[in-house]
Design a protein around this ligand. Sequence first.
Ligand SMILES: Nc1nc2c(c(=O)[nH]1)N[C@H]1C(S)=C(S)[C@@H](COP(=O)(O)O)O[C@H]1N2
Ligand SMILES: [Mo]
Length: 433
Amino acid sequence: MLYGRTVLLRERQAALRTSESAYDRRRLRQWLAGEARADGVSRRDMLRLLAAAGLAGAAAPAALAAPAAAATAPGIVKPLPDEWFTVRGTNAETRFAALAGTGYHTPNDRFFVRNHTTTPVLTAADWSLTVWGDGLRNGRPAEFSLDDLKQFPAVSHSAFVECAGNGRSLFTSQQGQTVSGTAWTLGAIGAARWRGVRLADVLRRAGLDRRAVDVMPRGLDAPYVLADGTDLGRVRRPLPLSKALDDVLLVHEMNGEPLPPDHGHPVRVLVPSWIGIASLKWVGDIEVSAQPLYSPWNTDFYRLFGDAHPAGGSAPLTRQTVKSAWELDREATLTAGTTHRLTGRSWSGAGGVVRVEVSTDGGTTWGEAHLHDTPRRDGWVRWSTRWRPAATGPHTLLARATDSAGRTQPDATVANTQGYLFDAVVRHPVRVE
Ligand SMILES: Nc1nc2c(c(=O)[nH]1)N[C@H]1C(S)=C(S)[C@@H](COP(=O)(O)O)O[C@H]1N2
Ligand SMILES: [Mo]
């Protein structure tokens, strides 16, 4: 049964990724023809991608190097009290139980932090953004101070930022699979009201040329060095121009406050509905390129690798998947014989969540959760359900969301070696006493 389901899941994933794969192949062909740049990506890695896409016979697929566990000190500026966060290396995961009663937006002081290295403490007055590259008409870099940026029409947008690896530990705890990377449970997500300006406006002012195809924002945080000493350079990931001109913002406010240091002060990129790595923090420059660009963050990382995926990995990941989480600790204790109001949140990168089904008996029977927010693109919905546990002992809670695009959380997620895009229904253990 599990096998049949896995095949179906594979087909579904394959369908979702088909257009992205065609796009990826087109770009790889351009690289082969010397029309795309891949600074900081080894030739071997590019050849692996080409082989996987069926574009080069010569290259044997190479084994994937697992991302190194960061061995540095946390380097996070804000306090990380135990009741709100679980520290994981250089990162801090929000405890979902700490979101109960906080409202729609995640308070800045409870918002998860994902840092490749450490938070750089930058001063807004000394900061400027350089937009440069051969995708600009006049070929001259353009520079913008924060005050310059604020001259563009202001835009506010409510959106979640969620790490591609959110839920990664469930691949192991729920599916028995080995994956590499930060062992998040479900708290590598937060939703905020962001305020800033359209990247499209800034690019046009800088002299965007019709030949431009990719833009690559780069962070001012320290270069990312793997455990084996390989320096991957500053965090950067190309964004197709189509997305950059669509709904991407350069934001300087989060929930009505200047961006806090840990979340990108003074300016970060916000790429709604896409995986968190796209929402680059502490942006210092943006390359506008007339050729497709590659970085380790769209070649080695943030593609799906593994048995169920193409040998060189899937196309670069973009949209987030569907997930649900209870605002309860795992192994939380509940009292028997009393009615509890249990709460949670569900979200999706493909549209608003329109339905949440819940089970308090391990998946035998299901009911509808009560939704407290209207379905919103790029956002989540809060929900609640009442439960009066009769018997003491261990119980398993489940929640299954469906979004406006018709995507429902499956019973299992097809494995990938780096544990991205977990979307299966989570079995949440609680104890009734
Ligand atoms: N410059 C820079 N931008 C970055 C990162 C980083 O380490 N450096 N981490 C990325 C990742 S992987 C995620 S999930 C989000 C996390 O955003 P947050 O720390 O504000 O929650 O930021 C992204 N932007
Ligand atoms: Mo991430």
